[in-house]
Design a protein around this ligand. Structure first.
Ligand code: MV4
Length: 449
């Protein structure tokens, strides 16, 4: 087992990892940027090292500074959290070459799944349904048009190096496809350093269903059921729940088996997430695999009772999984709201500043993962996540009722947050019915204005 782990992250996820380490008897090293000096993760860790300026490039993305901090504090593992360097194959390789265990998948798995075309090709060969479209990067407009003629409009152009909805364009005709091709290629080159793009059939009003998987170094792989992440706005997830109202036991078994098959095909080790789109006919397709622990992992922890961060650490230490597929049972229903420092009444514009009044909900069925406290200054440099409010109950209705009362208890002032939006969502009959679509938020806000 590890004796000391450096957490290459900040905010709530740094705290989440420190907590898991403490319970495993592992010492912790926090790293922080100049603006995070008085942040809670710094206080909770056994040691802390300043790694640079406020901008992520100067600190949390600064590989030499992180590796130096790891060497100086003599850690044997680095946990990257999510975001920042968590899906950076180069960073994973540097850790390996310094004999520090990167707590995550291999650099090869990260690189493979980072190429959305390579990932599609791999899982297709393993017998997993993928969305019809081009099988390799589209080289020119003739190829794009030929693919569109085969699969029929609407189509979507995606960047091979993209993911999470970044760098995508929906097209309804030849003219739009030709122009999308060049803009996508240019953007892909600028954003991902890879100009490869591909064309796929566009699935209208899909549900975003993702499966949590765990795989150890001995080759045991299992899934922990699904999360429904359909409620999002411009590819920022806002609400996640487990289980999904769109998945029954039979579909769960089928999709879960395929998620495990996808992970095995990639020789995947660690915690990971296999993303599917579920269409209106109940057909589903692999879209990508996320090679990190995700923001929304707590809803899976609540309904399975499995501590995913501890499992990730144990796996990285070479231990075998503490459970088998048959031991995984889903109990009740969990919902997570991402409380962001954004103003939903003003196009979700960032709302940094000092939090002067803070009270967080508690009681039966409530978990709050946060780094926020009274007096905390929300810096403008990082993502806007302030807290994750997770509630649960015996069924979806019970979990929603706990969420409603928890949102009512929450005091977080004077900055703007997404709390009022959530109060609106949880009193909406469409949400209660579980009739979720990817344009849910847009429609709800249209109705308000
Ligand atoms: C799609 C799609 C429709 N058709 N691919 C968004 C997240 C990224 N992983 C893939 N995404 C999508 N890919 C095809 N062929 C629609 C989306 C999409 C979406 C998916 C799930 C939840 C919300 C979404 C919002 C916009 C677009």
């Amino acid at each position: 087992m590890f004796s000391k782990i450096l957490i290459a992250n900040r905010g709530e996820i740094a705290i989440r990892v420190i907590r898991a380490c403490k319970e495993l008897g592992i010492r912790t090293v926090a790293v922080y940027s100049e603006v995070d000096r008085s942040s809670l993760h710094v206080r909770l860790a056994d040691e802390a090292v300043c790694i640079g300026g406020p901008k992520a490039e100067q600190s949390y993305l600064n590989i030499p500074a992180l590796v130096s901090a790891a060497e100086i504090t003599d850690v044997d593992g680095i946990h990257p959290g999510y975001g920042f360097l968590s899906q950076n194959a180069h960073f994973a390789e540097i850790c390996d070459s310094c004999k520090i265990t990167f707590i995550g998948p291999s650099a090869a798995s990260i690189r493979l799944m980072g190429d959305k075309l390579a990932a599609k090709d791999l899982v297709r060969k393993a017998g997993i349904p993928i969305i019809p479209g081009s099988m390799a990067a589209v080289q020119n407009k003739e190829e794009a048009l030929k693919t569109a003629r085969r699969i029929q409009y609407p189509v979507i152009v995606k960047a091979a190096g993209g993911g999470g909805g970044r760098g995508m364009r929906v097209c309804h005709n030849d003219v739009r496809l030709i122009s999308a091709l060049t803009t996508c290629q240019t953007e892909a080159e600028a954003n991902f350093g890879n100009r490869d793009v591909f064309v796929e059939k566009y699935i209208e009003e899909p549900r975003h269903i993702e499966f949590q998987v765990l795989a150890d170094q001995a080759g045991h792989t299992l899934h922990l059921g699904e999360r429904d992440c359909t409620i999002q706005r411009r590819h920022q997830k806002l609400i996640e729940e487990a289980p999904s109202t769109a998945v029954d036991a039979k579909l769960r078994r089928k999709m879960g088996e395929l998620a495990v098959r996808a992970a095995k095909a990639a020789n995947y080790v660690s915690a990971g997430t296999v993303e599917f789109l579920l269409d209106r006919d109940g057909d589903f397709f692999f879209i990508e695999m996320n090679t990190r622990i995700q923001v929304e992992h707590p809803v899976t922890e609540v309904v399975t009772g499995v501590d995913l961060i501890k499992e990730q650490i144990r796996i990285a230490a070479g231990e075998t999984l503490s459970l088998k597929q048959d031991d995984v049972a889903l109990t009740g229903h969990a919902i997570e709201c991402r409380i962001n420092a954004e103003d939903p009444a003003n196009d979700f514009s960032p709302s940094p500043g000092r939090i002067t009044a803070y009270y967080q909900p508690g009681g039966q069925g409530v978990r709050v993962d946060t780094h926020v406290c009274a007096g905390y200054d929300v810096p403008p440099y990082y993502d806007s996540l302030l807290a994750k409010l997770i509630t649960w109950g015996d069924n979806r209705e019970a979990a929603i009722r706990v969420m409603q009362r928890a949102l009512d208890e929450y005091v977080l002032e004077p900055i703007r947050t997404t709390i009022p939006l959530y109060k609106q969502i949880f009193s909406d009959p469409t949400f209660w019915r579980g009739q979720l679509t990817t344009d849910y938020i847009e429609r709800l806000l249209e109705g308000t204005e």
